[in-house]
Design a protein around this ligand. Structure first.
Ligand SMILES: Cc1ncc(COP(=O)(O)OP(=O)(O)O)c(N)n1
Ligand SMILES: Cc1nc(C(=O)O)sc1CCOP(=O)(O)O
Ligand SMILES: [Mg+2]
Length: 222
């Protein structure tokens, strides 16, 4: 009899570590902020549990990021959703955000940590690189992000990791990992099965009916 049991990576720990919590949804904003966005966000958050929200505005003045952040912060707090600002630790500090997401050219974890403090959530883009992920972990990142797993029209991407990078990461580290890039409720299963702690999603929610898209993810993640 074959006693090799296929274990869910979430419960397969052999080193006495806590099981990882179930995979959760991490919403990424559209690149441009429109005045109707707070209502769309509320509709999305009413539809299912969301762990985190990243304000990712591109090519706009700092003042616009600060205005948008100030408008969204109380909504996120009311739904108990972590508020992460993309790119800018300085503006995250000014907004009193819960954390910042740093790409490879957005500054160091150490600088962000000294600005934002011990409790801040600092995430780092690691593309398809085990090396970058280990560096980010050693630098004190609170999560590492791998992507883009699927083609996306939200951003030009040049890296295409295999889902196995998520399984590898969950085997060697307790630091949460985020999967990003072209993720929809239809294509997310291999990433969840590989051990993603969070699915970071933009287009599949905001380019569709946000409430219905979040409901579809919620069914998958329950
Ligand atoms: C959760 C998450 N993962 C990856 C990214 C990409 O960050 P970066 O490489 O800095 O690219 P931009 O998003 O700044 O265009 C992200 N924002 N969030
Ligand atoms: C912002 C971002 N970063 C990526 C990376 O690979 O690092 S992919 C991506 C786009 C995420 O939006 P969507 O869910 O619409 O594909
Ligand atoms: Mg960036």
């Amino acid at each position: 009899m074959d006693d090799e049991v296929a274990l869910d990576p979430r419960f397969a720990d052999r080193f006495g570590r806590e099981p990882r919590p179930p995979c959760q949804l991490y919403l990424i904003s559209p690149e441009r902020y429109d005045p109707g966005f707070p209502e769309k966000l509320k509709a999305a958050l009413d539809a299912g549990v969301v762990a985190a929200f990243q304000l990712r505005l591109k090519g706009v003045e700092d003042m616009e990021i600060l205005r948008a952040g100030a408008a969204l912060k109380p909504i996120l707090a009311a739904y108990d959703v972590a508020f992460i600002l993309n790119d800018r630790a300085d503006l995250a500090k000014e907004l009193g955000a819960d954390g910042v997401h740093l790409g490879q050219t957005d500054g160091s974890v150490a600088e962000a940590r000294s600005l934002l403090g011990h409790d801040a959530q600092i995430g780092v883009t690691c593309h398809d690189s085990r090396h970058l992920a280990m560096e980010a972990g050693e630098a004190g990142a609170d999560y590492v992000a791998f992507g883009a797993f699927y083609p996306t029209s939200t951003k030009a991407t040049t890296h295409r990791p295999d889902p196995s990078i998520l399984s590898w990461w969950t085997t060697i580290s307790e630091i949460p990992c985020v999967a990003i890039g072209g993720i929809t409720a239809e294509n997310a299963s291999p990433l969840i099965e590989a051990g993603a702690d969070f699915l970071a999603v933009s287009g599949a929610v905001w380019n569709a009916d946000p409430a219905s898209a979040v409901r579809d993810f919620a069914k998958l993640l329950k």
